[in-house]
Design a protein around this ligand. Structure first.
Ligand code: 5GP
Length: 171
């Protein structure tokens, strides 16, 4: 089996900490959590259950990745229907690699005049960054390896693995 990079207990502990920080920062406010399908689906399901402020959850789907190589082309497959004006948006992403996906989503959402827009990413690969993006909440920094599990896939598979693992040829 592929090497475990971050085990389920460590993930759970970090997600709790993120939920506590988000709850504190948005105390007295309402939140619209926007998760990016499909990679962030499992992360957001755990994260929202650790957030104490009133919130709703919406999903967007983008296509920016083919196999193990990032491309800078980001297509929105499923957009948000609800108006964003005056809302506190928390964009939830699985992993930030070059930054192309997130930066294009931020531009897209900012144009719809939310009251605030912050980003929560489970993982970042800082060595791979081509476009700077501010991550307001971050789970873990990871090395430049291809990560699967806890919602992250390789060609549609491995999202169900409870731990984050590094993909290798044995899988
Ligand atoms: P970026 O646009 O930042 O280059 O790429 C972000 C997207 O690429 C992520 O949302 C994810 O879908 C995919 N991605 C980047 N690195 C990895 C990785 O290590 N594992 C998996 N499964 N997806 C990745």
């Amino acid at each position: 089996m592929a090497r475990v990079l971050i085990d389920r207990r460590t993930i759970h502990k970090r997600v709790r900490e993120l939920g506590i920080a988000i709850s504190r920062d948005y105390a007295g406010e309402e939140l619209l959590v926007v998760a990016i399908l499909k990679g962030a689906a499992i992360f957001v399901a755990d994260l929202v259950r650790q957030i104490a402020v009133p919130l709703s959850v919406e999903f967007m789907e983008v296509c920016s990745y083919d196999g193990t190589e990032s491309t800078s082309r980001v297509a929105i497959i499923k957009d948000l229907q609800a108006p964003l004006a005056g809302k506190n948006i928390l964009l939830v992403e699985d992993i930030v690699d070059t930054g192309a996906t997130l930066s294009s989503l931020i531009t897209h959402l900012r144009a719809r005049n939310p009251k605030t827009l912050r980003v929560c990413a489970l993982l970042t690969k800082p060595d791979r960054r081509l476009i700077h993006v501010d991550l307001d909440y971050l789970g873990f920094s990871v090395p430049n390896e291809f990560v699967v599990g806890y919602g992250l896939d390789y060609r549609g598979l491995y999202r169900n693995l409870p731990d984050l693992r590094i993909l290798n040829s044995q899988m």
